[in-house]
Design a binder for this molecule. Structure first.
Ligand SMILES: Cc1cc2nc3c(=O)[nH]c(=O)nc-3n(C[C@H](O)[C@H](O)[C@H](O)COP(=O)(O)OP(=O)(O)OC[C@H]3O[C@@H](n4cnc5c(N)ncnc54)[C@H](O)[C@@H]3O)c2cc1C
Length: 313
């Protein structure tokens, strides 16, 4: 049973930084979403342990949030406790092994630039992905024909019961934008990547710069979005299918299929999550009608929505 907010004595119990009724629009790249009943930004492992224990005592559901760059959060918000990893920071380079270990809340672009400044190869692809390390492991984020799974050596996590676990690449069972974490509730706390150290700093910097320049010239980075909305089906690129269906610039409310890149749905100012979901659904319907191909969303829905959800068949 989920307790009502009033039933919890907030003042006495938490020993970690806890906030109530926080707008999640400020914590998602779409800039939409209602409020979290409870919200915490842990800074230490004891904050994490205390927050998970607190949620367990009060029988509250827990949601993990990184940079919120692959999420559509309901306008009605989220029940329970949202644990946001953004304050979990730290990067360590091991010169002997060529391994980089980063805390869950480190932004991927930071890692890419830090590695490039040392001349270490292996994360140039990540420079344009505005997510965290934890979100990248969860999603097997990738770009430029590379992905998290290519260099991830291991991740550390914590279960809802507070047990520390080590996750090997085998256990993470990565495939295209998927990991085993998508079917279990576990928080990634840090991850270790195998990189290739070298002294060609200028070249690695130039490749990293080229990766971000290429994306900025082809994708609508100037407007709030979640990146690619749909996974690419095996036969075609999702963006190409949407564009060929004539859906560029299609708009519902303040959500629009980007005229710059058809696999992006952008918030042109004041969109609701419902606008975005209705547009996603409309794109799915129209692409299916024309091509008999069902586009599967890459973006993840959090919370309850009125009306139709994503089409799954
Ligand atoms: C402009 C733009 C461009 C993008 N380009 C790309 C791209 O090229 N390639 C690509 O793959 N993605 C891309 N994305 C999508 C997004 O950045 C990635 O999916 C990223 O990995 C999500 O990380 P996040 O920290 O934002 O996760 P969130 O969006 O916060 O969360 C995503 C999921 O991961 C879970 N999660 C987050 N952190 C943790 C954790 N520590 N432990 C357990 N679960 C966790 C959440 O519960 C949620 O289910 C883009 C997004 C934008 C806005």
């Amino acid at each position: 049973m989920v307790l009502s907010l009033d039933a919890i004595d907030v003042v006495k119990e938490p020993t970690f930084p806890l906030q109530q009724r926080i707008s999640l629009a400020a914590f998602t790249s779409y800039r939409v979403g209602g409020k979290a009943d409870w919200f915490t930004l842990p800074k230490t492992s004891s904050d994490i342990a205390a927050s998970l224990q607190w949620a367990q005592i009060h029988e509250l559901p827990v949601t993990f949030l990184g940079a919120g760059s692959n999420l559509l959060v309901s306008d009605r918000g989220l029940q329970g406790l949202v644990v946001c990893t953004r304050h979990l920071r730290g990067v360590d380079f091991d010169e002997t092994t060529g391994q980089l270990t980063a805390a869950a809340g480190e932004p991927l672009p930071n890692l890419a630039w830090k590695a490039a400044r040392r001349g270490w190869r292996g994360l140039e692809w990540a420079v344009g992905i505005p997510g965290t390390v934890g979100g990248a492991v969860f999603m097997n984020a990738g770009a430029h024909r590379a992905c998290t799974a290519d260099s991830l050596m291991q991740a550390h996590g914590v279960t809802l019961a507070g047990d520390s676990i080590m996750l090997s690449p085998q256990e993470l069972n990565f495939s295209y934008r998927t990991s085993s974490l998508q079917s279990k509730l576990c928080m990634v706390t840090q991850a270790t990547f195998q990189l290739t150290p070298g002294d060609a700093v200028a070249e690695v910097m130039a490749d990293t710069q080229a990766a971000i320049a290429q994306r900025r010239s082809t994708q609508p980075y100037h407007l709030p979005s979640c990146g690619s909305v749909f996974r690419n089906p095996s036969s075609h690129k999702a963006g190409w299918l949407i564009e060929q269906t004539g859906l560029k610039a299609l708009q519902i409310g303040q959500a629009q299929v980007s005229p710059m890149h058809a696999n992006f749905i952008v918030n042109v100012g004041g969109a609701t999550a419902e606008d975005v979901l209705n547009l996603i659904r409309s794109v799915q319907d129209r692409v299916q009608d024309q091509w008999n191909i069902l586009l599967h969303p890459e973006v993840r829905l959090l919370g309850n929505f009125d009306g139709p959800q994503f089409r799954t068949s």
